[in-house]
Design a protein around this ligand. Structure first.
Ligand SMILES: Nc1nc2c(c(=O)[nH]1)N[C@H]1C(S)=C(S)[C@@H](COP(=O)(O)O)O[C@H]1N2
Ligand SMILES: [Mo]
Length: 519
């Protein structure tokens, strides 16, 4: 029979293993944020979601939308905690066990993260995670035992603290476990805070000059009509942020220049003041990330102010071999797209303003590129340092990392209201969302409830082809479980495909659907 103190010690060893697993996971996450590689635990969760076998598991995963990802991450953490507990319990007799368990965990994390991006850095992050997990487990199990090595003949369960153990061992175990737990909980959040630390808006650079040309803006929006519907124009502080910068570059405008060069007749260097002296245009343009999953929020619509890129290229005189506009940021990130895209009449610009203000630091102050109709990863360089005209065979940052060379934005529509998984009262309600197909424009949005007929939604008026459009549909909700789907048709009459495709290599496809309950 196991004595009560013995059980207590075994419990402490198990707790040590759980804390070890938590410290390992958190270390992997922190390392990934610092090294700008995918977080190993999140990557494993992604792999589970993407490769979930069988219809049952798939349905289970879908049922948690839009919380699928957090739920699966929690499940992965729960598995790690269970593995940690089992390991901790057995470590007293086998001091090498935490290493033997951490190694395969680290390999799985490295493979999952490394297949998404940055294989080498993913491996380093996973290695650090494994080492941190194993060391923490070892230290805590030893503390739980009062620092005594295992004796021959002792059972699998850790021995108890004996009257001969130094006083305060228990306290030191609890202190160490608490410290490990605190690290695991606080470090991932803290490192993310550091990542966006600092002022959001640049020091006053003076108000931007008024634009001389204004593009179309939505004349009748549905703002304020349905709570939860995305506003027609996304406020700066709510606009999604995607970049590889660990710390937001905070460029001093006094020393900043933009070089336009490469295969051009007249290379040129512009200062911030030079840009502001040129006639500025203002255009509403929807920016979308290629990594945006169907129904997700890596997309936003802003009113951008800037100098037309076509004008800058015409002044520079692009040579025939300058087939690609390759832009580079102050931190060395690059993006390229066909020169013809910049000259086909769309409102591509070097933007200095976002929604009437100078660009916020995190959105590219002092200047960035905005090109309607192509994903950000091939075009929307923030903290712009240079625009080079180059041959087509040169590649921007993400292309050798498995993303498509061309990145036209795919037609997409999203249900904002009701949110997936919510409960509604029966009766008249409104289904609402946004749809985008830049630069083809959105001609129609249709909604289907429970596989029923497609019904035309009402569209907000006047939005240009480069922006998303809000849509609404009134619905008589009847009690029960319902599935709502949406699809958009672009300005060329092409309806968004139902075929589901992952974000890599050139953007997700499929119809957004939400499941809700009506009481
Ligand atoms: N300098 C720099 N610019 C960048 C990136 C980056 O990593 N570094 N990421 C691009 C990507 S992938 C996207 S989707 C958009 C996002 O712009 P936002 O953060 O202003 O929304 O910026 C683009 N510009
Ligand atoms: Mo992106």
């Amino acid at each position: 029979m196991t004595s009560a103190p013995r059980r207590k010690a075994a419990g402490a060893a198990a707790l040590g293993g759980v804390v070890g697993a938590a410290v390992g996971s958190a270390t992997g996450d922190v390392a990934a944020v610092v090294l700008r590689s995918p977080s190993p635990v999140a990557a494993v969760a992604d792999a589970v979601v993407d490769r979930a076998p069988g219809a049952v598991l798939r349905a289970g995963i879908d049922a948690f939308a839009p919380f699928t990802k957090p739920v699966v991450v929690l499940a992965v953490l729960a598995v790690l905690a269970a593995v940690g507990a089992a390991t901790g319990r057995r470590t007293a007799r086998r001091p090498w066990l935490p290493w033997a368990v951490a190694a395969p965990c680290a390999v799985i994390g490295a493979l999952a993260a490394g297949t998404i991006d940055a294989p080498f850095r993913s491996g380093v992050a996973a290695l650090l995670a494994g080492v941190a997990g194993a060391v923490t487990t070892g230290v805590l199990v030893r503390a739980a035992r009062g620092g005594r090595p295992a004796r021959d003949g002792e059972g699998v369960d850790a021995p108890t603290a004996s009257p001969l153990d130094p006083p305060g061992t228990r306290r030191s175990f609890l202190g160490l476990a608490a410290a490990g737990g605190a690290f695991a909980v606080l470090a991932p959040a803290t490192v993310r805070r550091i990542r966006s630390w600092g002022p959001a808006t640049p020091p006053p650079v003076g108000a931007l000059p008024a634009p001389t040309v204004r593009g179309p803006v939505a004349t009748s929006t549905f703002d304020g009509v349905v709570p939860g519907l995305s506003p027609a124009v996304t406020p700066n502080d709510a606009f999604y942020r995607i970049d590889t910068a660990f710390i937001v570059p905070r460029v001093d405008v006094a020393g900043w220049t933009l070089d336009i060069g490469g295969l051009v007749q007249r290379p040129r260097t512009l200062r911030y003041a030079d840009l502001l002296e040129m006639p500025l245009v203002e255009e509403e343009i929807t920016l979308a990330c290629v990594s945006n999953e169907v129904g997700d929020e890596l997309v936003g619509n802003a009113r951008w102010t800037g100098v037309p890129l076509a004008r800058l290229l015409e002044e520079a005189g692009v040579l025939a071999e300058g087939e690609q506009v390759m832009s580079r940021s102050v931190d060395g990130w690059t993006a390229g797209f066909p020169t013809s895209v910049a000259l086909d009449g769309r409102a591509a610009m070097v933007a200095v303003g976002m929604n009437g203000e100078p660009l916020p630091y995190r959105h590219g102050f002092p200047a960035r590129l905005v090109v309607p109709g192509i994903y950000g990863y091939v075009s929307a360089t923030k903290w712009l340092a240079a625009i080079d005209l180059v041959p087509w065979d040169r590649n921007g940052y993400w292309v050798p990392r498995g993303w498509a060379k061309l990145g036209p934005i795919k037609t997409q529509s999203r249900i904002d209201v009701p949110r997936a998984g919510t409960r509604l009262a029966a009766g008249r309600t409104t289904i609402a969302g946004v749809a985008w197909a830049p630069v083809r424009g959105v001609r129609a949005v249709e909604v289907s409830v429970d596989e029923g007929p497609w019904q035309r939604a009402r569209l907000a008026g006047g939005a240009g082809p480069a922006t998303w459009v809000q849509w609404l549909l009134d619905w008589e909700a009847t009690p029960g479980l319902h599935r709502i789907r949406v699809r958009a048709t672009d300005g060329q009459g092409e309806t968004q495909t139902q075929v589901e495709q992952d974000v890599a290599p050139d953007g997700a496809t499929g119809w957004h659907r939400v499941q809700i309950t009506v009481d």
